[in-house]
Design a protein around this ligand. Structure first.
Ligand code: VGL
Ligand code: ZN
Length: 178
């Protein structure tokens, strides 16, 4: 049993510069994420990649009064991963229901069950955006009792102020910032 999992959060084309909802410099962490994927794979960790996977009429889109431009629509190029994942990586699709927002990779998915089934005790998290899906996923991981580490050189936020605040919030909740 692996005991450890790497959770790569939402490293998708639409969150990169040039995409529909870009995280500034989001592409700068791609190489670091790829290195972590390789390193964790070598040490036998379970590799998990979450993806934002919205139906075309998702409630979080501006057209429906939500905060965001349409992004990461299921089966479109914008929803594709920009990191290199091993063939046996576990893909977790989230925010797939038209009327429900879900920032956390645990929300409305099988992630917790999959981690438990694999004997995972510790999770390491990287990806985007620090103050949205990364934060929500890390806080939920703590809540579910996993020892939770944030790989801070492989996350990126939308604004530096919000990212800083998110890091503090995660730290207070018991996330260990590496
Ligand atoms: C995200 C905004 C909207 C994220 C997803 O992955 O952090 N942010 N949908
Ligand atoms: Zn989204």
């Amino acid at each position: 049993m692996p005991e450890e999992a790497l959770i790569v959060v939402d490293m998708q084309r639409d969150f990169m510069p040039g995409g529909a909802l870009p995280v500034p410099d989001g592409d700068k962490i791609i190489p670091r994420c790829n290195e972590y994927i390789e390193e964790f794979r070598k040490r036998g960790a379970l590799i998990v990649a979450t993806r934002d996977w919205h139906p075309p009429d998702h409630i979080s889109f501006k057209e429906r009064g939500g905060p965001w431009p349409a992004h990461c629509v299921q089966n479109t190029p914008g929803a594709e991963f920009v990191v290199e994942l091993p063939a046996d990586a576990v893909i977790i699709s989230k925010a797939t229901e038209p009327d429900k927002e879900a920032y956390s990779g645990f929300e409305g998915t099988d992630l917790e069950e999959i981690l438990r089934k694999n004997g995972v005790k510790r999770v390491y998290i990287c990806g985007v955006a620090t103050e949205y899906c990364v934060k929500a996923t890390a806080l939920d991981a703590v809540k579910h009792g996993f020892e939770t580490y944030l790989l801070s050189d492989a996350v990126k936020g939308i604004t530096p102020e919000d990212e800083e605040r998110a890091l503090e919030e995660m730290k207070s909740a018991g996330v260990r910032i590496l």
